[in-house]
Design a binder for this molecule. Structure first.
Ligand SMILES: C[S@@+](CC[C@H](N)C(=O)[O-])C[C@H]1O[C@@H](n2cnc3c(N)ncnc32)[C@H](O)[C@@H]1O
Length: 231
């Protein structure tokens, strides 16, 4: 399938899948935002695997808010001046939680980007459910121009190779003058060249995180010193 019509068709099919496997629920620690959320993750994981095997898509990261995303969304709502009047990119958006927080906080424009087509459908549904406008895109924009004044990345530091790519790119984006913030609950590959802005104890599900709370930091990713940037 090619062209705009097929894209729309795909979006409708994906939106139906998201709606069928989730319910609109409040987000712990992020007042005023509701997301299409899977109450039990295991069944949707299996359902998505079947859907996947037919279409070749990824695991359903979009069906829950992740601890790093909750921390960053909360921070954005508590500090609206960071995004107010600015163009914001939610990178690795998943459910779109952070994009929605940025829109509510008064961003001039918000784009949510993810490589998972189901995530993009979830972002669109979640934005509509929260009465905010978020542009969505399914693409890998790493190494490209983020076209944003502020880049927000929630909970994306869990895979070695991907994290190395993201870090190289986001340090460079910061070097070029955009603010780059991430929310991280202690994932293994979070960049070290960053400044801590806030810490929250984020309520989590035992099913996902094996604990009821994860201490999560909001970090500002900084430009690398010239010697490290050249490597
Ligand atoms: C753990 S989820 C976090 C979702 C959301 N930010 C949150 O905190 O709830 C990580 C997300 O990053 C997305 N992702 C992975 N590689 C990506 C890439 N190269 N570009 C954009 N998104 C990517 C995944 O599809 C997934 O939705």
């Amino acid at each position: 399938m090619t062209g705009a019509a097929s894209t729309l068709e795909g979006m409708e099919e994906r939106a139906a899948f998201v709606r069928a496997h989730t319910a609109l629920e409040p987000v712990p620690m992020v007042d005023g935002i509701r997301l299409y959320t899977a109450s039990e993750v295991v069944p949707i994981w299996h359902a998505t695997e079947d859907w996947l095997s037919e279409r070749g898509l990824g695991v359903p990261f979009w069906c829950v808010p992740w601890a790093g995303g909750q921390a960053l969304a909360r921070f954005v709502l508590e500090h609206p001046e960071i995004v107010r009047g600015r163009r914001v990119l939610d990178f690795g958006a998943g459910s779109g939680l952070i994009a929605i927080a940025a829109a509510k906080a008064g961003a001039a424009g918000v784009r949510a980007v993810d490589v998972d087509p189901l995530a993009v459908a979830a972002c669109a549904l979640n934005a509509a459910a929260n009465d905010v406008v978020v542009e969505v895109a399914c693409e890998d924009i790493v190494d490209g121009d983020p076209k944003a004044d502020v880049v927000l990345a929630g909970d994306v530091w869990y895979e070695l190779a991907a994290s190395a790519r993201f870090a190289r790119w986001l340090h460079a984006v910061s070097q070029r003058g955009a603010r780059v913030l991430t929310g991280d609950p202690g994932r293994r590959y979070v960049p070290s060249h960053a400044r801590e802005l806030a810490v929250y104890d984020v309520p989590t599900s035992i099913e996902l995180e094996s604990t009821r709370s994860r201490r999560s930091r909001v970090l500002e990713i900084l430009p690398l010193p010239p010697r490290d940037a050249a490597e």
